[in-house]
Write a protein that binds this ligand. Structure first.
Ligand code: ADP
Length: 279
């Protein structure tokens, strides 16, 4: 916006003809403060919106459950109730993601620090996403070594990380595709990868997918809903666990691999039980 740009400059006359434009520092500071203020209000709005949207969902869910249990076993009624429950579940997940974003931005998310078996984390994530994969007849291959691998962190939050990656793999892979969950332990760390043979991500857009509210433009034809929140949550949660996440995709149409690296807890410490809140 040109007028806003020129507003940052002050005109100063030097001589009869010449006008010099100098950067007006006060104006720039004002503009920066206004931006910070707008950003803060956006975060507050997001938090309020998510709360307000969340509140009516619990009674709706209970109501549907009552309808399912007490309505006649007529197929059309039961099917409608089931459809409503599925859609409501989708809405609950979206709103929960929004709430998480609001909490993470305001620094209100705490992750527990316990020694946990990665196998349990992955089992939970598979359980949470397996219906979505089954619906599209995907084949899930799980490669987890025999040895127990432990990490320090929050079981629910780590399960959320891998559920997000698995459900994205299901979402962005056409029916009948292959998804592979692989755990590669190294002495001090472990890399978990989720690989699919789906629509892939164009080279120039791979870094962008972790940004909040960002979706790959070419993927709109495959759109199954979503707000572009999941991967930004994944990244924040992985960072909170001292890890890193990245994507490797040969390009459009050639599948994607999302990798998460986490620091590993050595076997002796893992064996000695829980380690709460050490940091
Ligand atoms: P959402 O899935 O709700 O759009 P995410 O933050 O989880 O949000 O993902 C951001 C974008 O990254 C998606 O919109 C999609 O374009 C791309 N993406 C994520 N996972 C995959 C995948 N496994 N294969 C291809 N593209 C993906």
């Amino acid at each position: 916006d040109g007028s806003r740009f020129w507003g940052l400059f002050a005109a100063r006359k030097v001589g009869d003809e010449v006008v010099e434009f100098v950067l007006d520092v006060t104006q720039r500071r004002k503009a920066e403060a206004a931006l910070r203020d707008a950003d803060r209000r956006k975060d507050e709005f997001l938090a309020t919106l998510a709360h307000e949207l969340r509140n009516p969902l619990a009674p709706l869910r209970n109501g549907l459950q009552i309808m399912r249990l007490s309505s006649p076993a007529e197929a059309p009624v039961q099917r409608t109730v089931q459809m409503m429950e599925r859609q409501l579940g989708h809405l609950v997940r979206l709103v929960d993601d929004l709430l998480d974003v609001a909490r993470i931005t305001s620094g209100k998310v705490r992750v527990e620090r316990q020694v946990i078996a990665l196998r349990e984390v992955l089992a939970r994530s598979i359980e949470a996403t397996h219906a979505a994969m089954e619906a599209k007849q995907h084949r899930l291959q799980v490669d987890v070594p025999g040895e127990e691998v432990h990490v320090e962190g929050d079981l629910d939050r780590l399960a959320q990380v891998f559920s997000n990656l698995l459900s994205n793999a299901a979402k962005y892979t056409p029916a009948g595709g292959q998804i592979r969950l692989h755990l590669a332990p190294q002495p001090a760390e472990v890399v978990v990868s989720v690989t699919d043979n789906g629509i892939g991500i164009p080279a120039g857009q791979q870094e962008r997918v972790f940004r909040l509210f960002t979706q790959v433009r070419d993927h709109q034809s495959h759109f199954e809903g979503g707000l572009g929140i999941g991967l930004s949550l994944v990244e924040s949660l992985v960072h909170m666990h001292g890890g890193a996440v990245w994507v490797e995709s040969p390009g459009s149409g050639q599948g994607s691999r999302f990798c998460v690296r986490l620091p590993r807890v050595d076997g002796a410490r893992a064996g000695s039980g829980r380690h709460d809140a050490e940091r």
